[in-house]
Design a binder for this molecule. Sequence first.
Ligand code: UDP
Length: 437
Amino acid sequence: MRISMVSEHASPLAALGGVDAGGQNVHVAELSLALARRGHDVTVYTRRDDPALPERVRTHPGLEVVHIDAGPARAVSKDLLLPYMGALADGIVADWGQEVPDVVHGHFWMSGLAALDAARQAGRAGTPVRVVQTFHALGTVKRRHQGAEDTSPPERLALEARVGRSADHVVATCSDEVLELAAMGVPGSRVSIAPCGVDLDLFSPHGPVQERGRAHRIVSVGRLVPRKGMDLAIRALAHLDRDDVELVIVGGAGNSAGLQDDPEAQRLLALAAELGVADRVILRGQVSRAQMPAVLRSADAVVCAPWYEPFGIVPLEAMACGVPVIAAAVGGLLDTVVDGATGLHAQPQDPAAIATAIAAVLADPARARELGENGYQRVLARYSWDRIAADTERAYLAVLGAGSSPAGSSTPAIPPTSAAAQRSVARPLESTGGRVL
Ligand code: UDP
């Protein structure tokens, strides 16, 4: 199969940990690679955010990343990218030329707009292309949790719903998302679930373990944005009131020295000082993929305390390393972390509940080992990228066999996203001040 992936802001080649570089980058990179391993011909289209990037990068046999000129060739907050989706679609269509793919798979709502636009252009030229969509995150959920703090473009909710209703198929990453999609009017018959996966060669229980500074260590990993709840982990540490436990927070746009310019990092450090735990909270900054397993293995437990979570790859990475996960009972974490079996659930936004769960893990090393072992078995059985790629391939085959009018040739349910049309819907948006969530 010829497969085009569209991932406007999240390049598979980007460094991770910055405000806009996390799970989607990993998902697109690993899914594309696993599909290429299955013999498919995969091209990932992403926005050029640096003039020095080559136009095409062949990363593996059967897998190529193509940088499309769409907007300024520098890092731009994803909340400001909507005006450039027309240019992205035009660039994709130009790259397709006469050789259109069988399927174009949009990642995130704006990529969905570009994918539908590109498919529609190809359809008009007589070569229909099926459109599959994965949202990764939904504007409705973000708005519910962040209210006025949500810096998404005002058009997001309406356009996102239209993308969901116009795509031939939507691949949700967790059961909770299926309910949200239904509420947006996406017919259940066109939705399936394929979760995110984990690289089981990189993340495993055996290998180097980073040295601890105290007898016990809790680790939290994620983009440094408020909704990831790193502050809740700090509050939980204060509740715990044990000076033999340290909390290592991983994430941010650079190394620990670079965090001086990161407002969220400074907020977390100020909170730790205010709560009297500054000596036990370590902000590591960005950690590379290669080093991440050693950091996870060094933990007694990995705490994931987001306000909401569309999927959450970090818990899978921790489970793959054989480490118990303490997870807020939200979104994708309800599917991945089995309460009492692979980790412990805590009520969302409840530092005391997180502290109780940490205390329980620390108090019973045999149970902690069992939770870790169960987590490892669970990811082995369910979350290899090969398995996720097979699930996704089934969705592609279903739409290719469906036979109804493809999204590219049907009456457009979304407005055209040609560059000119987009200019008319675009409006200047405020700078996000580093609080993009
Ligand atoms: N990550 C990383 N280095 C960092 C911070 C994060 O490699 O410094 C990775 C992390 O290991 C995981 C991804 O970024 O693979 C975050 O994905 P997740 O789904 O947990 O969160 P999202 O970014 O999608 O909100």
